[in-house]
Write a protein that binds this ligand. Structure first.
Ligand SMILES: Cc1cc2nc3c(=O)[nH]c(=O)nc-3n(C[C@H](O)[C@H](O)[C@H](O)COP(=O)(O)O)c2cc1C
Length: 160
């Protein structure tokens, strides 16, 4: 049986996703990108799962540092999400649009977001054009609770 590519695309695009800003840091360098392939993977310890494009500029930083943060955007922050997937002027350039502080573990956390978590990578699967990282949540900062930005509300798609 061959895979029905059209059915595969339609069905995989039905998987609901949020939209997050993933941030990374290596020494003095920081970077961030929009990520939607994110889910929780365990209650105890609290694990999250995120897939990162192998050719993305944050991929190597996550591999080398074993850390990343995920910032949860509000429903009205679609424009900011767009900044973080468009080309940027040099590594970290996207943060001109997004003031940040460093979290307890040194990762950039956006000041204007619902909140952010810092994570330590505990495992990965590199078997395609994205690497799936599994990571333990080691800090959580809630700025102001609210409705999150959801992929299906943006008209964008990433998947299939
Ligand atoms: C809606 C949307 C969701 C995305 N989700 C992911 C994702 O989960 N993982 C990923 O690696 N890239 C994802 N991307 C792509 C990255 O945001 C984009 O490739 C970005 O430019 C990568 O950062 P870089 O330019 O620093 O490599 C997504 C893009 C869009 C438009």
């Amino acid at each position: 049986m061959t895979l029905d590519l059209e059915a595969k695309k339609v069905l995989l695009r039905k998987i609901p996703h949020g939209i997050f800003i993933c941030t990374v840091r290596e020494g003095d360098e920081i970077n961030g990108f929009t990520a939607s392939w994110v889910t929780q993977g365990s209650f105890a310890p609290p694990l999250v799962v995120m897939a990162v494009r192998s050719e993305g500029s944050s991929h190597g930083i996550i591999q080398r540092t074993n850390q990343f943060s995920l910032n949860v955007l509000r429903a009205d922050q679609k424009e900011l999400a767009a900044v973080f997937f468009k080309p940027q002027k040099g590594l970290g350039g996207r943060f001109e649009a997004a003031p940040y502080n460093f979290g307890e573990n040194g990762l950039p956390l956006l000041e204007d977001a619902i909140g952010g978590i810092e994570c330590n990578v505990v495992g990965n699967v590199a078997n395609g054009d994205h690497t799936v990282f599994v990571a333990e949540v080691i800090s959580a900062k809630l700025n102001a609770d609210g409705d999150p930005l959801i992929l299906s509300d943006t008209g964008w798609s990433y998947g299939g």
